[in-house]
Design a protein around this ligand. Structure first.
Ligand code: PMP
Length: 405
């Protein structure tokens, strides 16, 4: 559409234009009800159908097994930093009422600023002890201070120290700020070390998939206790959080509180969400509607496999362009740990970042400034960014490099 830019922002981020056009109609008149989607009751049968459709799209696209429920809530990834601790400590309390708080261990894999924030919240809430399984900064070859890698887990250099029976094991699949991601190829040394986890059928494994959800398949999905994601990267507007939770992790938090666990705010309890079909309180109706349209479109285009292939191609082209810039652009993270979704790099020379951004802006390519804590450039290649738009950016990069030389 005339006047629209290519939005490489990290979130909220680009959505497919045809979905936005469809959603604009729904804003005025949802499903022929004569009432717009932002106005209609969340208890109406039309909205109920919309919510069920979203759930069924997620189940089919990701192949979520019947052992897991799909819940919807608000509060984003940040609220889940708290919710996972509260719900899984309650579960641990019910399983092991005899343990003292300091004997309840929460394992955190730290690979970037989001996992660091998640661990900080677990420490703040208390009720258990945080064990840092690994901190990837120690493996930075640059300066021992940077989140620029995924630590090794080979037989001779295993960096991951999991606890034997933790209340939860946390990892962040894609670090949106730092641009590192676990490799999708399970044979890669930068993949998540599933084989290093304690041997247990009902592992309390929690994955923050906020910024990679629906961009590619989730390895070992069925082995997770909880997978969560905010919608505002690949699938919709902000305000909707998706939680995929194994049913043994939906526990009676009030019974656990009677045994000494922290009380859980009612809207944060997975049991509340599950018992009320995610309609205990008013959900983000508009975001649910738009996410449903995005996933319907995704299905029509060929599902997760299609997007996985396109996303693989997009990031490979961009990393190649950085590689071929002869030092003018410098990637910030190690080769095997580069995110498919958030590609981060610096531009060599004084004020060069600003020049890069201003030049792109003139061509209608926007929102590539790195996170305020990281600086440099961050290009987010979420699902709604097409291969053609990625090619446009690469053309610009080539021209920029020619001029800088
Ligand atoms: N985890 C990750 C990986 C994120 O990228 C973000 C947000 N960008 C969050 C958690 C926090 O999400 P929210 O802002 O929706 O609370």
């Amino acid at each position: 559409m005339e006047g629209r830019s290519i939005n490489f922002g990290a979130g909220p981020s680009a959505l497919p234009e045809d979905v936005l056009q469809e959603a604009a109609k729904g804003l005025l008149n949802f499903e022929g009800t004569g009432i717009g989607i932002a106005e209609i009751s969340h208890r109406s049968k039309e909205f109920g159908a919309c919510l069920s459709k979203l759930e069924s799209h997620i189940r089919t696209l990701l192949d979520v097994p019947q052992t897991h429920s799909i819940l919807f809530t608000q509060g984003g990834g940040s609220a889940q930093f708290s919710a996972i601790v509260l719900n899984l400590l309650a579960r641990h309390r019910l399983l092991h009422p005899e343990l003292k708080d300091e004997e309840r261990v929460m394992d955190y894999v730290i690979t970037g600023s989001w996992s660091q924030k998640a661990a900080a919240e677990a420490r703040r809430l208390g009720g258990g002890k945080v064990n840092v399984v690994v901190d990837s900064r120690e493996f930075s070859t640059k300066d021992k201070k940077s989140f620029d890698n995924i630590p090794p887990h080979g037989d001779n250099n295993n960096a991951y120290k999991f606890s034997p029976d933790p209340a939860l094991i946390f990892y962040c699949e894609n670090e949106t700020v730092d641009g590192v991601q676990f490799a999708h190829d399970q044979a890669s040394p930068a993949s998540f070390p599933f084989h290093r986890l304690p041997q247990s059928a009902l592992l309390p494994l929690v994955g923050d998939h906020s910024s990679s959800f629906m961009s590619r398949s989730i390895p070992h999905l069925a082995d997770h206790a909880v997978i969560y994601a905010g919608a505002q990267k690949n699938i919709g507007p902000a305000g909707l959080t998706i939680i995929i939770v194994r049913q043994d992790c939906i526990v009676d938090v009030d019974a656990a509180a009677k045994l000494g666990a922290s009380p859980v705010p009612i809207t944060m309890s997975y049991k509340t969400l599950a018992d009320h079909g995610s309609l205990y309180n008013t959900p983000s109706t508009l975001a649910i509607y738009v996410a449903g349209l995005v996933l319907q479109r995704m299905k029509n285009m060929g599902g997760l496999e299609y997007y996985e292939n396109v996303n693989r191609a997009k990031q490979a082209k961009l990393y190649n362009a950085i590689e071929e810039s002869e030092g003018i652009l410098r990637r910030k993270v190690r080769e095997d740990a580069g995110s498919w979704m958030n590609v981060v790099f610096d531009v060599a020379g004084d004020g060069a970042d600003t020049r890069f951004i201003a030049g792109a802006d003139k061509l209608g390519m926007k929102a590539m400034k790195g996170h305020r804590s990281a600086g440099g450039i961050r290009v987010s290649l979420y699902n709604a960014i097409s291969e053609k738009e990625t090619d446009q950016l690469i053309e610009y990069i080539k021209e920029f490099v020619r001029q800088e030389k």
